[in-house]
Design a protein around this ligand. Structure first.
Ligand code: MSP
Length: 491
């Protein structure tokens, strides 16, 4: 890519006044775990940071409900699909509320009014482009992944994720001409029009494109997924759940509906945030669908790693599943947000155990941030005559925002904790609490300076720990020390 083009892309990113961010839509049949909490938390941090930089933000999340696996669960529970989905989506929303997630919409793909018209409209566009044809699919299908596999995708004949043998199926399906778009997608990823972050994932998808893409089966017989979205003009078939799920990113904005003002305003997405296990769907199949429908491609796809526990994938049988709700109850929402933002790597797999969580909590929240707030505000309450008035415009936190704009969430946190360390050291070395006793004016100046810097720390924390940031700002406004520490040490 030429330097000029690179600059143009960067300018486009900075100048754009709107910011559209999405999480994957979650399968509603699994228990809520740290992986769910993780992706919504990092999206929330990016959404809040964009808002603080004056962007018009739209933050979408939701659940992926037209999946075959729900049928087994509802049969076991003797419930209707609708009842079950209502209960599960409420679970998600409760988790989001307990983590202060500032989402704008929770889309459910079972929503016949909101989502189905978009899925049907897009399907019709693929048909119009001549990219849908009927053919026989003979092969393997893993219901857990809702994915068609070949023998070479398996280990010992089993799906790598679910460790079960996929079903052998033989079906008359509609296929999508994915292969037709291989070159176009490759070019757009290579020239940065569709940015895949980090580079290791970009290279992974480029290698896949280099090997060439095969056409994919894009429908299933209705008898297998009776609650799926019917294929237009064929009552025997439903749209393949991944095709329908990916459309959520535009149907939620009104694509396919009469009122598509949100779509006009916010599409293309600025960033789809996804886990590495669903990279192929987002950076090959989704762009091909958009190209076929002559719609703009998302600007970037941020691919995060997996959270493991004790060196293993979290699983009930291993007893290493960390329940976000339990941690929130015991340590508070900001403790969980802190851990996910800073201690979990944005781009690589990370290991999370309760021991690591507790250690990080005590060191960086109870001792680090919490202690600093108590020390500074105690000095301020005891020695300043009135609250300090600070204007947001006095802060220079552009470097911090730049890190977040580049999705470097961990580094952005490091930057804040670096300032916390500097302030701690300053108090230790300069001892303003002693100075103020011998020279009131100089001591007060030093303390006022510390309060101002603490306010800047709170401004940066606004996107990462919104609740604590608000508490710190309130203490500063009232010139009061906290009655109880912001984070209480846990043994
Ligand atoms: N429904 C599809 C996504 C469709 S998007 C159009 C799906 N759902 S999922 O519930 O299985 O996974 C949702 C997201 O959670 C994925 O991005 C996945 O990577 C992420 N995670 C699931 N387990 C995880 C961890 N242990 N750690 C981090 N993220 C994890 O796939």
């Amino acid at each position: 890519m030429t330097i000029l083009k690179k600059i143009k892309l960067k300018v486009r990113k900075i100048m754009d006044k709107k910011f559209y961010i999405t999480t994957p839509i979650f399968y509603p049949n699994s228990n809520l775990h740290m992986g769910h909490a993780y992706v919504v938390t990092i999206c929330d941090i990016l959404a809040r940071s964009a808002k603080l930089q004056g962007k018009d933000v739209y933050f979408l999340t939701g659940s992926d409900e037209n999946t075959g696996k729900i049928l087994k669960t509802v049969a076991e529970r003797n419930q209707s699909v609708d009842f079950y989905l209502k209960e599960l989506s409420q679970n998600f929303k409760d988790l989001y509320a307990s983590l202060d997630i500032s989402y704008d919409q929770f889309i459910q793909t079972s929503d016949k009014e909101k989502h189905w018209p978009g899925a049907v409209a897009l399907w019709n566009k693929l048909v119009e482009a001549g990219d849908i044809y009927k053919s026989k699919y003979v092969g393997l299908y893993c219901v857990g992944c809702e994915t068609f596999y070949t023998e070479k995708d398996l280990i010992d004949g089993k799906c790598r994720i679910h460790l079960t043998a996929p079903e052998q199926i033989e079906e008359e399906n509609y296929f999508f001409k994915l292969s037709k778009y291989t070159e176009q997608i490759k070019n757009k990823i290579q020239n940065g029009e569709l940015e895949i972050i980090p580079t290791s994932r970009k290279n992974e998808i480029l290698a896949l494109l280099e090997r060439g893409l095969e056409d994919v089966s894009f429908s299933r017989p209705i008898k297998n997924v009776p609650h799926g979205i019917p294929v237009p003009n064929d009552p025997e078939q439903v749209i393949y759940v991944w095709c329908d799920a990916l459309v959520n990113y535009i149907s939620a904005l009104g694509y396919g509906l009469e009122d598509d003002a949100l779509f006009q305003k916010f599409w293309p997405a600025d960033v789809h945030v996804i886990g590495k296990d669903i990279l192929r769907f987002h950076s090959a199949i989704w762009p091909a669908m958009l190209l076929s429908a002559k719609l703009a491609l998302p600007k970037s796809i941020l691919v995060h790693g997996m959270i493991n526990s004790g060196g293993h994938k979290m699983s009930k049988s291993l007893g290493n599943v960390l329940d976000p709700k339990e941690l929130i109850l015991k340590y508070g929402k900001d403790a969980v947000r802190y851990y996910l933002a800073r201690e979990v790597s944005t781009f690589e797999d990370s290991d999370m155990t309760i021991e690591k969580f507790k250690e990080a909590y005590n060191a960086n929240l109870a001792n680090g941030l919490g202690n600093l707030v108590s020390r500074i505000m105690k000095m301020a309450e005891d020695n300043l005559d009135s609250p300090i008035h600070i204007h947001d415009s006095e802060a220079d936190i552009s470097l911090y925002f730049e890190l977040l704009n580049n999705f470097e969430i961990g580094k952005a946190c490091d930057y804040i904790w670096l300032q916390i360390g500097v302030l701690d050291q300053y108090i230790q070395e300069s001892q303003p609490f002693k100075v103020v006793k011998v020279d009131k004016e100089v001591g007060q100046k030093m303390i006022a300076g510390l309060v101002t810097k603490l306010y800047f720390v709170a401004m940066m924390l606004d996107s990462i720990l919104p609740d604590s940031a608000e508490k710190i700002k309130t203490l500063i406004k009232k010139n009061k020390a906290p009655e109880t520490p912001l984070f209480i040490r846990k043994d």
